[in-house]
Design a protein around this ligand. Structure first.
Ligand code: UD1
Length: 420
């Protein structure tokens, strides 16, 4: 297991290029299973562990994969799919493996995917996905820890989400593009990655309208053909590095970052005293030495993203004044708070609310990442901590960030990766 050793106090300065979005690449890769003519060439695929897991799942299902991680390119042929079961040993590593259920069901009329199991963000059920598949005409059963879904050819229909689910919306889109009739998703999630998935599917011949809004309409087509597509840049990675610039009192240009997709986090950063400007191709972030505290409530897009809550908590630990952070999306997403306290932060967590009293300085010690974003938040805090901080279990960070240590080092951070 690798760990990071970070000596805090360096001011970051320079340029970071934002790679492809994990949360767009995963459903797009799952979507290549729908192609029955030609191959899919996907560019700007981030070289991260979650992508390795998704490619393994596709391989197990029978896809032919030619992956060049350095070029960020995957070529996939799904003409020879001969297995419809995604096994537990892969799905347990990454919940998003459940995204293969929709395309398998849509194209072959059968799919078996292991239940993803528990997770550090709370129970994270998949009931919305299942109800959605049933609304499209599938018969769904649970057996020996696997969800089995069957339908001769999905008919399509109306899917009402009680609450917007990001991957739930994607799974229903993936299942219904080859449906007999038109499908309508009501109260769909509106995240930009869903638009990216719709653009990719439409390029292959799908007929999807309304992605990015709460109402999506999918007219079923008979066949999808392979295409050449480039994944959108990762807004959450961009938001993370914006926080890194802010906590270090630094200046970064984030190449590929979009103002439009980060509206609320950027507004909060501005409230904290950070200067931000965009030039159409990226964002300039410039921060004063002491930030001001802010109040944040996470909410589905376009609300404040739950994935950036942890990084903003790190910022608030050293900001002037009191910040209140309310997590409304996941029931248990404050795992980083205890670790930040080990660095000297003053945080009180009660239920879904954390009250953070900014302290003058954090002090380096050993801390442990418990999920992707919690890990990123600890690295951010370590950049501002006095002395040396060890961040353990960086495999969580490697799931979602491509060589974070190298990116931060290139702009002046004192960070090294050590094999433990
Ligand atoms: C996706 C993102 C994740 C992000 C999250 C919220 C991917 C691969 N992951 O996760 O990074 O943090 O959106 O923006 O894109 N829920 C149910 N039943 C369901 C599905 C979800 O109750 O069937 C609940 C969840 O427990 C959670 C809320 O709905 O409380 C939102 O979850 P959802 O949007 O589905 O998150 P994911 O798609 O898993």
């Amino acid at each position: 297991m690798d760990k990071f050793i970070i000596n805090g106090g360096r001011r970051l300065k320079g340029r970071i290029t934002i790679g492809g979005a994990k949360n767009a690449a995963l459903p797009i890769l799952a979507g290549t299973l729908l192609v029955s003519e030609g191959e899919s060439i996907i560019e700007n695929v981030p070289n991260i562990r979650d992508i390795d897991v998704m490619l393994k799942v596709l391989e197990v299902l029978g896809a032919n994969i030619d992956y060049d991680p350095d070029k960020h390119r995957v070529i996939i042929s799904a003409l020879s799919i001969d297995n419809y079961r995604a096994p537990y040993d892969l799905v347990r590593k990454m919940r998003a493996s459940f995204l293969v259920m929709g395309p398998l069901l849509g194209r072959f009329g059968k799919a078996e995917v292991s239940l993803p199991g528990g997770c550090v963000l709370g129970s994270r059920p998949i009931d919305l996905h299942i109800k959605g598949f049933q609304s499209l005409g599938a018969e769904v059963t649970e057996e020996d820890g696997y969800i089995k879904a069957e339908a001769k050819r999905l008919r399509g229909g109306e899917v009402y989400f009680d609450r917007p689910s990001h991957t739930g919306t994607e799974n229903i889109m993936l299942a219904s593009v080859l449906g007999k009739q038109t499908t309508r998703i009501v109260n769909a999630a509106c995240d930009p990655e869903i638009i990216d998935l719709a653009d990719f599917l439409n390029l292959m011949g799908a007929k999807i309208k309304g992605a990015g809004s709460t109402f999506i309409e999918i007219e079923g087509v008979d066949l999808l053909r392979g295409c050449h597509y480039s994944v959108m840049p990762d807004r959450l990675v961009a938001g993370t590095y914006a926080c890194a610039a802010a906590i270090s009192g630094g200046e970064l240009y984030l190449d590929g970052a979009s103002e439009e997709e980060l509206k609320l986090p950027l507004m909060k950063l501005k409230n904290m005293g950070v200067e931000i400007s965009g030039d159409g191709g990226g964002l300039f972030i410039s921060a004063p030495h002491r930030l001001k505290g802010v109040d944040i409530t996470t909410f589905p897009f376009p609300g404040f993203p739950t994935d950036l809550q942890a990084c903003f908590m790190s910022l608030s630990t050293v900001s002037n004044g009191v910040s209140t952070i309310v997590e409304t999306v996941f029931e248990n997403r404050f795992g980083h708070a205890m670790e930040l306290k080990r660095l000297g932060a003053d945080i009180k967590v009660t239920g879904d609310r954390a009250v953070v009293n900014g302290v003058g300085k954090l002090k380096g010690t050993s801390v442990m990442a418990s999920d992707i974003r919690a890990g990123a938040a600890l690295v951010i805090a370590a950049l501002a901590a006095e002395g040396s901080t060890e961040v353990l279990r960086v495999y969580h960070i490697d799931r979602g960030y491509e060589r974070m240590d190298e990116a931060l080092k290139s702009v002046g951070a004192d960070i090294k990766r050590v094999s433990d």
